[in-house]
Ligand binder design. Sequence first.
Ligand code: ZN
Length: 278
Amino acid sequence: MVLQGILGAVCISIFSVFALVSMPETKIFFQRTEITEAVTEESTYIYEEQNTVTEVTTEEISSVPKSSGKIVVIDPGHQRVGNSEQEPIGPGATETKNKVTYGTEGVKSGIAEYELNLSVSLKLKDKLENMGYTVILTRENNDVDISNMERAEIANNVNADAFVRIHADDSENSEVKGAMTICQTPSNPYNGGLHKESYALSEAVLNNIVSATGAEKRNVWQTDTMSGINWAKVPCTIVEMGFMSNHEEDMLLATEDYQYKMAEGIAKGIDEYLRNKE
Ligand SMILES: [Zn+2]
């Protein structure tokens, strides 16, 4: 059945490539606006589209409910004005951290991290909604004042299936680049029991970012120093999309094209994690 599906999808793809070459107007079925890309890219894209269609028609009952009803909370990191008031780094903690920091900015693009994070988060929201997920953003503009603890509580209050925090990185070494995700350690005193789930989410998202964008793969950093992770009662990851301190990566992150690829990679990672969780 699976083989038939794949063969069918491949056949349809081959047909579609011919159709695309001979009748350029057929591209409308695939919502494709560019016809200048290489045929190999077109065929890959069509294969994915057709595969999706095949899935819906042959496994309608099992595939649709997989994502429907599941809730993803996306937290676009930071905000226009940071808040240095203190809050505990986890439930019952005496150690405190700033409620929300300013974040970094592009060394060459000049874009603020909070702007980049929101821009990618909005694209990610669209992609996940198209997959059938219910998506809640912790903020939809830059002029807010929401602490890291409060952001986690938004995810807790809706019992989110995944809480995904979007950030970009910086380093004193301008050579450093690449993507990383972050989760708690197994011995986290606040929510170590969520480590396995959070690690699986972090790993799936990182792998899919690398596939979608070609970014250098760094690692899943396991740490108990992040308030927004420590307060979470649901599986959580922080996505560090790339380094705004690296000229090349900063300029890539600033482009709409790369942001769409990034959003696609993150969405695929979340979807992979949630499907495997079933
Ligand atoms: Zn950040």
